[in-house]
Design a binder for this molecule. Structure first.
Ligand SMILES: [Zn+2]
Length: 255
């Protein structure tokens, strides 16, 4: 049985942390983290410092990576695992940073056996075993508490892929009912799809209904960035995400 007290006692790897001045500066620019209670910010500091030791950053496309930029990415990346563990990220090692959106070649064979090739413009991409690719421009745009956060989005995919292909069904902790998860997420997906079909303004970014994996990633962004919106629109999804992430952003007052 999980307990917060037991988790806090569990030793984190002993690493030289991100200097406090830099850490405070980074958190000051990231409202999704700045509003966490002090004890959570402190644990996040430890997790982000450990992540920076374990993962390699790869700048591409001429971008000059600063220490601050790495800390921004590491801090945001550790929010989803704040009450899980860094071991949830152990299957991958590298974070590739592009200056802006990037182009990925795609290939597929259709049912008729015809090969198709095309290019997709991306703000982030995660592959099983890594790397995680991020557009720095989109990381910078992930500070508005508007439900868009590319780092949380890609980390949700990495958690989802801990048990295979991304499908919106990450490994569930004991006590989380797999059938309930499937039922709630399937119904919510259909509900949102219906909302899209009937027109009007979407309550959750329409990218969520791309497929179940994107649904999990996008609702995870809303869970951390706009918890009121998610809890109002898809309350059962909110509750399951709270159980999965072991966090309750709606009720986490800054302290
Ligand atoms: Zn995605």
């Amino acid at each position: 049985m999980w307990s917060w007290a037991a988790l806090r006692k569990r030793a984190l790897p002993s690493v030289r942390g991100v200097p406090q001045n830099l850490w405070n500066d980074v958190l000051g620019g990231l409202p999704v983290l700045a509003r966490l209670p002090a004890s959570d910010r402190s644990r996040l500091h430890q997790l982000a410092s450990a992540l920076l030791k374990k993962k390699g950053f790869v700048p591409v496309g001429g971008i000059q990576l600063t220490e601050r930029m790495k800390v921004v990415v590491a801090a945001l990346a550790c929010l989803p695992i704040l009450r899980l563990d860094l071991r949830w990220y152990r299957d991958w090692r590298s974070i590739v940073i592009y200056p802006g959106e990037f182009v990925a070649p795609r290939r597929a064979v259709d049912d008729a056996g015809v090969h198709h090739e095309w290019e997709e413009v991306l703000s982030g991409e995660s592959r099983n075993q890594g790397p995680v690719c991020l557009s720095w421009g989109d990381v910078e745009a992930s500070v508005r508490l508007d439900g868009y956060n590319v780092v949380i989005h890609e980390m949700a995919h990495m958690l989802d892929m801990r048990n295979g292909e991304p499908n919106g069904f990450p490994p569930l902790h004991g006590g989380l009912d797999a059938k309930l998860w499937t039922r709630v997420f399937t119904a919510a997906f259909e509900d949102l799809r219906h909302e899209a079909e009937t027109g009007g303004q979407m309550s959750i970014d329409a990218y969520a209904i791309e497929d179940p994996a994107e649904f999990f990633a996008v609702t995870s962004e809303y869970f951390f960035e706009l918890p009121q919106r998610l809890a109002w629109r898809l309350p059962q999804v909110y509750d399951l995400l709270a159980a999965f992430y072991r966090q309750d952003p709606l009720r986490q007052a800054s302290a």
